[in-house]
Design a protein around this ligand. Structure first.
Ligand code: AMP
Length: 283
């Protein structure tokens, strides 16, 4: 695996690959890699003949009281994991490489969200930070295919909207959520959980499963599905639910009745850690 820090160096390597007719698959991450990230590598690999993974903890997407400084960073471990899964190039720029001089972006990509809901309501500026860095990375890497995780469904939905709105000629793939054996969605932030919190955290996926069972049994009322899931979360001490909502897949607006393809999203705080999970309802 090549580890590249400079934009020009990466562009040169990819240009050489492209003149030979090669295609490029891209997996953006913030590092602290786990099996969820590595599943995205497999999806990119299956659709392209060179896989680029970026590892960049993007300051622009963190609020002033969030965990930018504490976010887990271990490039040596990430490099080893990426290499073992067949990543060809790890792009690990420093902040200066992407945000020269000021460390911030003088121009940003801002989603029109009216009203801002869910994470956009709780984390002002977060998605502008995400879209800005993804747009920059798309222009640097110029991938044929880019892979994102369903784990961050709000992010994936906005990246899909940006790709269409700004005419990026890139195929997007949204890969399924990889979970721990007990159901907890894998996340780099799970390392923040104490042993006790780790047990409470199972309630998120359990609540989604309970709501999904009600859906499978024929329940279509969003209120009823939400009540069933919230009851599971409320019964778990140490879990504070921000939202548990049935939404449609295009703009993630709330729905009154669930349909195939509707998404149930949950966000809850366990101790000081915010956890996100979701499921897509089947036919
Ligand atoms: P992050 O490093 O947290 O920014 O995540 C990088 C990419 O990995 C994003 O597209 C995430 O949605 C995806 N991802 C994170 N956790 C998981 C998971 N448990 N399963 C699948 N994809 C994931």
């Amino acid at each position: 695996v090549h580890v590249i820090q400079h934009v020009d160096h990466l562009r040169a390597l990819l240009a050489e690959h492209r003149v030979r007719g090669g295609t490029v698959g891209f997996v953006p991450t913030m590092g602290a890699l786990h099996a969820g990230h590595l599943s995205l590598v497999d999806a990119a690999r299956a659709r392209s003949d060179l896989v680029v993974m970026s590892v960049f903890v993007n300051p622009l997407q963190f609020g002033p009281n969030e965990d930018f400084a504490a976010y887990p960073r271990d490039l040596a471990a990430d490099r080893a994991q990426a290499a073992s899964r067949g990543v060809d190039v790890v792009f690990a720029p420093d902040t200066e490489a992407l945000y020269p001089k000021t460390g911030a972006a003088p121009v940003r990509v801002i989603p029109e969200l009216d009203p801002p809901r869910w994470e956009a309501a709780v984390r002002p500026g977060h998605f502008a930070g995400v879209l800005t860095v993804v747009a920059k990375l798309f222009n640097i890497v110029r991938p044929d295919v880019a892979v994102f995780g369903q784990k961050d469904i709000q992010q994936a939905t906005l990246i899909r909207a940006m790709t269409a709105a700004l005419d990026f000629p890139i195929d997007l793939v949204i890969a399924p959520i990889v979970r721990e054996a007990d159901g907890l969605a894998m996340s780099s932030r799970n390392v923040y959980l104490s042993a006790e919190e780790r047990i409470h955290a199972r309630a998120l996926s359990r609540a989604l499963r309970v709501a999904e069972e009600r859906w499978r049994a024929g329940e279509r009322s969003a209120d009823a599905l939400e009540s069933a899931g919230k009851a599971v979360l409320d019964a778990e001490t140490g879990v504070r639910t921000d939202y548990f909502a049935v939404v449609e897949p295009e703009r993630l607006e709330p729905v009154g009745r669930a349909a195939p393809g509707s998404i149930i999203m949950v966000t809850a705080r366990v101790g000081r850690t915010r956890l996100l999970d979701n499921i897509i309802l089947g036919a």
